[in-house]
Design a protein around this ligand. Structure first.
Ligand code: PMP
Length: 416
């Protein structure tokens, strides 16, 4: 094998050609990665980290069944959806079988951003309106339309006139007063709502899991206002919630449109929208729709292999068991640490809330966790919630490593 380039030189070359304004690296000293397997990544010095952050490799980095499915198909044929071929159809049938009746049509795309963008186009086509409601610090993507619906990305004053934000549901009994107020502001701005888009586990808003009553009330109010309900499963979907393939199911959300992406191909780009045929027909009356790579036999082979592995390896149940252990043992391990306000989550999406801690300190905790051999992220409007979101194949032993490591990093760096 060819020796990897030296880290410092590669960092400089990266900055020179990829720029630094829009594509920063994670960590104050870059993690120069060479390979991945299961819930681990190995760097160019041969050090192996427990990857407790990457949700894209949902069935594990470099899963042989997914890699082989992609390789087998790419050796035979990679083409587009305008030719009749079974793979994408099989995948669409498998997906439709996992969602509530009436959500009968699948549209394939290449990224979560495109899926959200298309959800918005469907909502506008169906309702003839333009208004949209999003949670306070949501992230929904990079296209012009999806970025405009992603408050996490808004710099001062960049909120579009057709969008309003409402509070993510925090605490045990959240109500929808903030959502109603956002509807009123939209009306005052002369906009009728086409859709509300919700990430059912609020992955960017700091990880929140309101009771089903909240989402039922939200859905009722949205529909009474004539808006479609969109469940953005791009981040939390594909079994992470530990009770179903989709996080909206146990959240009490009753979506009209579902967006899928990130883990869908375990790293191969594939995304989708699942929705009602009526909305697709409405969009079809005003536009054509075709995306070159979307639903190619190669992407669909990756998607089918991911669903097979989730099923065959029992990963939804595994996520529930590992997630429950992670939350309860992390609570115990951090019980004496004043900086930890709460440990919360569902399945293998867990947040360690450090509200009130200086973001620079949170960032140092994240760095320290990495130095000790584990990768985690941060979330929330002040980036003061440690985000634990590992591949679902993470083992019981690796979960213990994550718990011990996060607890000792907090002990060393935070106010414990
Ligand atoms: N929606 C959510 C909830 C996401 O987390 C993301 C990606 N972080 C997106 C949409 C956009 O997906 P992508 O980066 O694949 O375009």
């Amino acid at each position: 094998p060819v020796a990897p380039p030296e880290t410092g030189a590669l960092t400089r070359r990266r900055a020179a050609v990829l720029g630094t304004a829009l594509a920063p690296l994670t960590y104050s000293t870059p993690l120069h990665v060479a390979s991945g397997r299961g819930a681990t990544m190995t760097d160019t010095d041969g050090r192996t980290y427990v990857d407790a952050y990457n949700n894209v490799p949902v069935v594990g980095h470099a899963h042989p069944r997914v890699s082989e499915a992609i390789a087998d198909q790419v050796r035979v044929l990679a083409t587009n959806l305008r030719y009749l071929h079974p793979r994408a159809i099989e995948l669409a049938e498998r997906l439709v079988a996992t969602v509530p009746a009436g959500l009968d049509t699948v549209l394939f795309l290449n990224s979560g951003s495109e899926a959200v963008d298309l959800a918005y186009r469907l909502a506008m086509a169906d309702t003839g309106r333009r208004g949209a409601l999003v949670t306070d610090f949501a992230y929904h993507g990079v296209t012009a339309a999806a970025a405009a619906l992603s408050p996490e990305e808004w710099l001062d004053g960049s909120k579009p006139g057709y969008a309003e934000r409402f509070d993510a549901p925090v605490g045990p009994d959240p109500d929808i007063a903030s959502f109603r107020a956002a509807l009123d502001r939209l009306a005052a701005a002369g906009q009728d709502p086409a859709m509300v888009v919700v990430d059912p586990l609020y992955t960017s808003d700091g990880i929140h899991t309101p009771g089903a009553a909240y989402h039922t009330a939200l859905g009722d109010a949205a529909r009474a206002a004539g808006a479609l309900v969109v469940a953005d499963e791009v981040q939390a979907g594909f079994g992470r919630a530990g009770d179903h393939l989709w996080s909206f199911t146990a959240s009490g959300l009753d979506p009209d449109v579902i967006t899928l992406g990130k883990p869908m191909g375990n790293g191969h780009p594939i995304a989708a929208v699942i929705t009602r045929s009526a909305y697709v027909e409405a969009l079809g009356r005003e536009a054509e729709f075709f995306s070159t790579f979307a639903g190619s036999p190669v992407a669909a082979a990756a998607g089918l292999a991911v669903l097979d592995v989730i099923e065959d390896e029992g990963l939804v149940e595994h996520a529930a068991v590992m997630g429950a252990r992670l939350v309860s043992r992390l609570r115990e391990a951090t019980a004496g640490c004043a900086a930890v306000r709460e440990v919360r989550g569902r399945g293998l999406l867990v947040g360690v809330d450090l509200a009130g801690t200086d973001p620079a300190v949170v960032s140092r905790v994240q760095d320290r966790v990495r130095e000790l051999g584990v990768l985690v992220g941060t979330t929330g409007a002040r980036y003061d919630v440690l985000k634990i979101r590992p591949p679902l194949v993470i083992s019981a032993g690796q979960i213990e490593t994550v718990i011990d490591t996060v607890a000792s990093a907090l002990d060393q760096i935070a106010d414990c």
